[in-house]
Ligand binder design. Structure first.
Ligand SMILES: [Zn+2]
Ligand SMILES: [Zn+2]
Length: 129
């Protein structure tokens, strides 16, 4: 039972990792993974777990009531800030050098130390158009 569950979890993580630049709704994940082991209830349960584990960001998609999910590799995400689009819910990884410039600029002008988990809210290039 545990092995079976782990297998589904791995399949789901692999898919999310490969598409870590995108955010998906549960429905999209089910359609795109096209894996009969990943039923609706399984995906729901696993995604909730992954969000709790901090591997996946869950955000509200625009003004809708649906959530989008995006994989965030913890090891990759140290040392840089993130930007989140409030329209599509997608999370963007800011370049570490850009993150450092922002942190240093704000730090030197105000003395304020920005937390490395800070997420900058705004609208992405796609949604702006
Ligand atoms: Zn990141
Ligand atoms: Zn967007």
């Amino acid at each position: 039972m545990i092995t079976y569950h782990t297998h589904q979890r791995t399949a789901l993580i692999d898919f999310l990792k490969e598409n870590s630049d995108k955010a998906f709704t549960i429905e999209e994940i089910i359609v795109k993974t096209d894996n009969e082991e990943l039923s609706r209830s399984t995906v729901y349960r696993l995604m909730t777990k992954l969000v709790n584990d901090g591997l996946v960001h869950r955000t509200v998609k625009g003004n809708s009531r649906s959530f989008v999910y995006q994989y965030i590799a913890e090891e990759k995400c140290e040392g840089h800030l993130h930007m989140k689009c409030t329209d599509c819910g997608k999370v963007y990884h800011l370049d570490s050098s850009v993150s450092s410039v922002i942190k240093e600029d704000i730090g030197s002008s105000t003395g304020f130390e920005i937390d490395s988990h800070t997420v900058i809210l705004g609208r992405c290039n796609t949604c702006k158009k």
